[in-house]
Design a protein around this ligand. Structure first.
Ligand code: GLY
Length: 345
């Protein structure tokens, strides 16, 4: 698979499809490795000789969303300081979105910004979290409330990691892949529609292709709008509904992807309700999501969902804003009265 390079802010950000044998290597004299605890255990043999190299250090981040907090950022910064990381050193984050967000946030703060390489090990992190420069931690009970924009210089991708990913996590990433296809890649949509068996079998050639194409969609958008002043918000298709569901049911009940898949269904139904989206497009997408075993009818208290939407940090001046679609690759943002939203909950 060819590498991808996007210009994010002042600097290029490269996505390199790497060999698993060399994916953890550092090109710098010194590196602090921030590693998800499961990955540290599962890839012990590959990691140990690298971590033992003089000058290198590591910090193992416990798995799970609750690790994305200030205390762990402080610990990562402390490790960097104790190791004596200097401007010419680097931080390498290895894991899912929790690790890539936290390692990136710490990298953006240490010495006002240090070289950053990310190795995403989940599908969700490969196609979304690790690329595009959003960093952060959860704060005050809200996800990603505090953070920076700090794109990794290099994101190293190997779909080899996906061979052992639990089914729930794999499907979680697939929801974001489907979202990317709807936003701006009809070829990716066709692959999802026609190669479902191979995707479920996790054949490397098709996984490389869907990751490459998803990153292409995200890269083109983020290149145009790194700090989400406009078009980047299109990447939040389905997410206002999804975040509300995650908040109301408690994080972890539905995986992020399951919530996003449900949210995409609700967003398209909302478009139908408003007369901006066709019934046939909505039905076709809902059929695809169901083909990927996503649950599209979830009964949750609508008052609680509306309340949670109002608290979403993406709200603007208290009004409910949604990313909607009139068709494939036709995405727009609209403020919608609460009464209309209730009709699709
Ligand atoms: N996950 C959406 C974004 O990166 O903007």
């Amino acid at each position: 698979m060819n590498d991808l390079t996007f210009s994010l802010g002042q600097n290029p950000s490269r996505v390199v499809f790497s060999k698993i044998e060399t994916i953890f290597h550092s090109t710098k004299a010194q590196a602090l490795y921030v590693i998800d605890e499961f990955v540290a255990e599962n890839y012990k043999n590959q990691l140990e000789p690298i971590l033992a190299k003089p000058g290198n250090g590591f910090f193992v981040l416990p798995s799970g969303e609750s690790s994305k907090d200030w205390e762990n950022i402080r610990k990562i910064l402390e490790s960097a300081f104790e190791l004596g990381l200097a401007r010419d050193s680097q931080i390498i984050g290895i894991g899912g979105g929790v690790v890539t967000d936290a390692a990136s946030f710490a990298a953006s703060l240490y010495l006002r910004g240090i070289d950053l390489v990310l190795v995403p090990t989940t599908l969700l992190a490969m196609v979304d979290a690790a690329f595009g420069g959003k960093t952060g931690v959860n704060f005050g009970g809200f996800k990603n409330m505090v953070g920076t924009f700090y794109p990794a210089r290099e994101v190293r991708v190997s779909t080899h990691f996906l061979t052992t990913l639990p089914e729930k996590e794999f499907r979680s990433g697939l929801a974001e892949v489907i979202k990317s296809a709807l936003i701006d890649d009809s070829n990716l949509y066709d692959l999802l529609a026609n190669r479902k068996e191979d995707i479920f079998l996790r054949k490397s050639e098709i996984l490389d292709e869907i990751v490459f194409r998803s990153l292409g969609v995200k890269g083109r958008i983020v290149e145009a709008d790194l700090t989400e002043q406009g078009i980047r918000a299109h990447l939040n298709l389905g997410h206002t509904f999804a975040h509300a569901l995650e908040t109301v049911t408690g994080f972890g009940t539905w995986s992020h992807g399951e919530a996003v898949a449900w949210g995409i269904g609700r967003a398209l139904e909302l478009g139908v309700q408003l007369g901006t989206t066709s019934r046939s497009y909505t039905d076709e997408v809902i059929r695809l999501l169901k083909d990927y075993n996503f649950t599209l009818s979830i009964s949750v208290d609508s008052d609680e969902l509306i309340l949670a939407m109002g608290r979403d940090k993406k709200k603007q001046e208290g009004r409910l804003r949604f990313v909607l679609q009139s068709g494939p690759s036709a995405t727009f943002i609209q403020e919608v009265p609460e009464a209309e939203v209730r009709k699709v909950l």
